[in-house]
Design a protein around this ligand. Structure first.
Ligand code: HEC
Ligand code: HEC
Ligand code: HEC
Ligand code: HEC
Ligand code: HEC
Ligand code: HEC
Ligand code: HEC
Ligand code: HEC
Ligand code: HEC
Ligand code: HEC
Length: 400
């Protein structure tokens, strides 16, 4: 048998240029991989920044959308770490308490690229309980609860422990009676007669002019139809003297009339007429002072021996270590949180709700009333914030 397949003839059947030639599929594979690499490079180099944006920036930071390098400090973007130093070039984040043993970095609490959220609402309890789970202080003294792990086990509010420091005498119980003697017969006051929530969520503090005067008139003399101005004693007394002087000048005959005592329980009856204008005024002033220091002013005020009226000291903010706003709670009856107002006989009573009142709604199982620490507390001590003098240009923020 003749050998028909020699090595040579075999080799002739093989296309030796195969690897040099480009067929359709490998050709496109090459073109496409080159094109994608190029697109990828352009992408990384920032031609199409938003494409690998980690997500939209938070509400307050939308103004920085055009210049990522404001936070991602450094020339290249890829993998550039954000450091606390970048944050504080624009705004301070003052530390929390003098006594804290360390200062956590901004990014342990503040997240970014989560969209249009208030940054504080994204802060987890763990940011706080890393310290408050087992509190330590620089000087070793702890003035608040040493362990607050969550709101369910939160201690009661410190403000409930000391009495109300206010000096205006006032019994809520007496005034909430169904048949209180009012100007036009028996009346039933409402909480909102004296307290209304302002835009800031705080309740208006009752004041004499709007809330007391209609029933507690500062009368001082039968002859005149005026009342004392509600002011410092010397101003009230000067007003009384002027009013009496004017009156007797117009009615000189009244020096011969004997008036019954304006309040016989605290002043002796006059035995005879005054006789002169000067004596009539002197007696009028004596009665005014007797009324002030034994009846009118002292009904509501602590007055010193020197007839000085004590500062009112009615607290405006009670829970200094937390935030509270009446407005979002406006649908709840006042007495649900201030039930003891109906029994209170003295100003010194504290009428505030305890933590259990809040825990009924603020619990992890209730999606509408958050139990997160930051719902009620701030972290930064903003009173210590340093002002920042920014030099950034508009075009710099727009990265042009
Ligand atoms: C207000 C500051 C701020 C601005 C402005 C900002 N970032 Fe970020 N970015 C952050 C923070 C904080 C992180 C979390 C990563 C970290 O810990 O370094 C982050 C993370 C990232 C990540 C994830 C990768 C990584 O480095 O961990 C990418 C990608 C990113 N940012 C892209 C952008 C782009 C694109 C822009 C511009 C549109 C931008 N960022 C603007 C604060 C910012
Ligand atoms: C280039 C300037 C700039 C840089 C850098 C910057 N911020 Fe801001 N930040 C702002 C401005 C402006 C606001 C909006 C203030 C306002 O609306 O009152 C803001 C608001 C905030 C707010 C409140 C807004 C919200 O959504 O709740 C937080 C928290 C905050 N920044 C944290 C940070 C942190 C953390 C960093 C560092 C990762 C940082 N910022 C970096 C300028 C900057
Ligand atoms: C332990 C957690 C924590 C750390 C650490 C932290 N923050 Fe905050 N930050 C908060 C909380 C909670 C709020 C919202 C309540 C408040 O103002 O304290 C907030 C609010 C802010 C605000 C918004 C203020 C406003 O106008 O509403 C800015 C700005 C801010 N932080 C910047 C910073 C900077 C800068 C750093 C780092 C130097 C930092 N934060 C570190 C928890 C933290
Ligand atoms: C680095 C540790 C640390 C972190 C983190 C921390 N705290 Fe504090 N906190 C302290 C110290 C220290 C005190 C002061 C305790 C004292 O004087 O007895 C304190 C006091 C408080 C008080 C007492 C009331 C007041 O203001 O006087 C509250 C409320 C509070 N922190 C809430 C928070 C919340 C909410 C967070 C998280 C956003 C937080 N803390 C994060 C260390 C920390
Ligand atoms: C006639 C006016 C008047 C009416 C009506 C009134 N209050 Fe007051 N309230 C005051 C005055 C004055 C103070 C300040 C003196 C004091 O602390 O007792 C006060 C203080 C308070 C305080 C803060 C003081 C503390 O110790 O906690 C609360 C809470 C309060 N009132 C709730 C109520 C509620 C709830 C009602 C309705 C049930 C009500 N008040 C009705 C006049 C009024
Ligand atoms: C609607 C009328 C009315 C108003 C408004 C009113 N009071 Fe009275 N108040 C009375 C009457 C009536 C009494 C006597 C009640 C009694 O003894 O049964 C009284 C008694 C008092 C007493 C003595 C009894 C006690 O509570 O200790 C004080 C103090 C007092 N009021 C303070 C105030 C103050 C402060 C205000 C304004 C914040 C005020 N009152 C508003 C009607 C009113
Ligand atoms: C029915 C109760 C009532 C009577 C009566 C009353 N006051 Fe007042 N007084 C108040 C209340 C409530 C305040 C605090 C809010 C305000 O200023 O109206 C106050 C505040 C004051 C203050 C300011 C205290 C401070 O904190 O600096 C002076 C001064 C004062 N009264 C003087 C007088 C004098 C003088 C009289 C008598 C002529 C008098 N008052 C009678 C209820 C009364
Ligand atoms: C969900 C509970 C809740 C309800 C409902 C509520 N309060 Fe309060 N109230 C509070 C708390 C908490 C404080 C302490 C706030 C602070 O000063 O820090 C307070 C404080 C007050 C104060 C003292 C002044 C102030 O704002 O700090 C008055 C007055 C008051 N409340 C009256 C009312 C009246 C009137 C109503 C009904 C219209 C009402 N409250 C409804 C919880 C409540
Ligand atoms: C009847 C249920 C209920 C009770 C009781 C209640 N809360 Fe709330 N609270 C809510 C709800 C719901 C919200 C959210 C409202 C919103 O987002 O508009 C809220 C919001 C808040 C906020 C945030 C307010 C803001 O400005 O966004 C604080 C702080 C707060 N509550 C504190 C308290 C405290 C302190 C108590 C107890 C004295 C209390 N709450 C009792 C239901 C309740
Ligand atoms: C629903 C509102 C609310 C929530 C949620 C909340 N707190 Fe409070 N917290 C308060 C109020 C109100 C006070 C009383 C402040 C005062 O008395 O001045 C307080 C007081 C404190 C105190 C001081 C206690 C003391 O001994 O005087 C600490 C510490 C504290 N909170 C930490 C936390 C921590 C940590 C969290 C989260 C795990 C948290 N709180 C969640 C409302 C809240």
């Amino acid at each position: 048998m003749a050998r028909t397949r020699s090595t040579k003839s075999l080799s002739q059947r093989i296309d030796r240029e195969y690897f040099k030639r480009l067929y359709t599929i490998p050709k496109w594979r090459r073109i496409l991989s080159l094109a994608f690499t190029a697109i990828g490079l352009m992408w990384v180099l920032g031609w199409s920044e938003p494409a690998f944006n980690a997500g939209p920036l938070s509400k307050g930071h939308h103004i920085l959308e055009g210049n990522c390098a404001t936070c991602h400090t450094g020339s290249a973007l890829w993998g550039k770490k954000v450091e606390d130093q970048a944050c504080v070039t624009c705004h301070d984040g003052p530390a929390h308490k003098e006594q804290q043993t360390f200062t956590p970095g901004c990014l342990t609490c503040h997240v970014e690229h989560k969209g249009s959220v208030e940054l504080a609402s994204t802060i987890l309890d763990a940011s706080c309980t890393q310290c408050h789970g087992n509190l330590q202080t620089k000087n070793g003294k702890i003035t608040v609860a040493a362990s607050v792990a969550d709101f369910a086990s939160h201690p009661d509010f410190g403000a409930l422990k000391s009495p109300d420091p206010g000096t205006i005498k006032f019994g809520h119980q007496v005034h909430m009676k169904a048949d209180l003697r009012g100007t036009n017969g028996p009346t039933q006051l409402k909480c909102s007669t004296c307290h209304q929530a302002g835009r800031d969520g705080q309740m208006k503090i009752a004041n004499f002019k709007d809330d007391c005067e209609s029933c507690h008139r500062l009368e001082f003399n039968r002859r005149v139809d005026k009342v004392l101005p509600h002011d410092k004693p010397e101003i009230a007394l000067a007003f009384a003297r002027q009013t009496l002087t004017d009156y007797i000048a117009k009615h000189p005959g009244d020096v011969n009339v004997v008036d019954p005592a304006i309040d016989p329980r605290i002043m002796a009856a006059r035995l005879g007429p005054a006789g002169s204008a000067a004596e009539w005024i002197r007696r009028g002033m004596e009665d005014t002072e007797t009324l002030m220091w034994r009846k009118t002013c002292v009904e509501c005020h602590a007055v010193s021996d020197k007839h000085e009226v004590a500062k009112a000291q009615t607290p405006v903010t009670w829970l200094k270590g937390a935030k509270f706003d009446h407005n979002p709670h406006g649908v709840v009856a006042c007495t649900e949180c201030h039930g003891n107002a109906l029994q209170s006989k003295a100003t010194s009573d504290v009428l505030l709700p305890n933590v259990a009142t809040c825990q009924q709604c603020h619990r992890t199982s209730n999606p509408s009333a958050s139990a997160n620490c930051t719902e009620c507390h701030v972290y930064h001590d903003w009173s210590k914030a340093k002002p920042i003098d920014t030099q950034r240009k508009i075009l710099e923020l727009l990265n042009r």
